[in-house]
Design a protein around this ligand. Structure first.
Ligand SMILES: [Zn+2]
Length: 231
């Protein structure tokens, strides 16, 4: 499985010839609210070529209406996956229900050979999910946006090969200490920090998290946006 961080909570996952794009914020729609992005999305709409767009929750930096509408028109075969809140929004944006895949916590779905398990997330969108991906003999856990909660810990999220976890510590997300507690509990092989570096008002330096992982014997490094790596 190839993983590419695309800024903030967004990733491109490539496996079995499929491209799953999680939480793409490609517009600058938050600029109208005074929140300007600090770096561009690494791929253009033409380059993205998604087979699935997966939104973990219905907030603008994860379900960007401009992005969803445009991808919906450009890629008629793309599947739009998300919890109830996101599917409702997909429909409002003109994405037909036949193209939607509802993600319900604890109910695994099989997307052309890739197993996706929606899991608990504690966030201000009460229907928010994290996602566990199982493919190519590997298990990856994307936390999505979440506060710390004991409910994050389950057989689905334990013992993964890689954990991608939010660390910004604001607006309903874990801070670095919270995220390290999750690492202690879940014992992943590797844990990488995400959800920082896009908005000046809502970012944090990731190095203390990376150092904390390495102290615990868990692999960690700072991802470069747009530069993929193999899990
Ligand atoms: Zn977010």
């Amino acid at each position: 499985m190839k993983i590419t961080w695309m800024t903030q909570g967004s990733f491109l996952f490539e496996s079995k010839g499929l491209r799953i794009v999680a939480d793409p914020y490609m517009s600058d729609c938050l600029e109208a609210k005074g929140v300007k992005r600090m770096q561009p999305y690494p791929l253009s709409f033409e380059e993205l070529k998604p087979d699935m767009l997966l939104c973990t929750h219905d907030h603008l930096d994860h379900l960007d209406p401009e992005t969803v509408e445009k991808l919906g028109v450009m890629y008629p075969d793309c599947v739009f996956a998300g919890p109830v809140s996101c599917c409702r929004h997909f429909t409002e944006l003109g994405i037909d229900k036949s193209r939607q895949l509802l993600l319900t916590r604890g109910q695994a779905v099989n997307f052309r050979g890739i197993k996706i398990i929606p899991v608990f997330a504690k966030h201000s969108d009460p229907e928010a999910v994290g996602a566990v991906f199982e493919t190519d003999g590997k298990k990856l856990y994307l936390s999505g946006d979440s506060e710390y909660s004991d409910e994050l810990f389950s057989a689905d999220t334990r013992d993964c090969d890689m954990l991608l976890i939010c660390i910004n510590g604001r607006l309903g997300n874990m801070n670095i200490d919270d995220a390290l507690q999750v690492v202690d509990e879940l014992k992943p092989q590797a844990a990488l920090p995400m959800h920082y570096g896009l908005f000046a008002e809502n970012t944090v330096a990731p190095q203390p998290f990376i150092d904390g992982c390495i102290t615990r014997g868990v692999k960690s490094f700072e991802m470069q946006t747009g530069k993929g790596f193999e899990l």
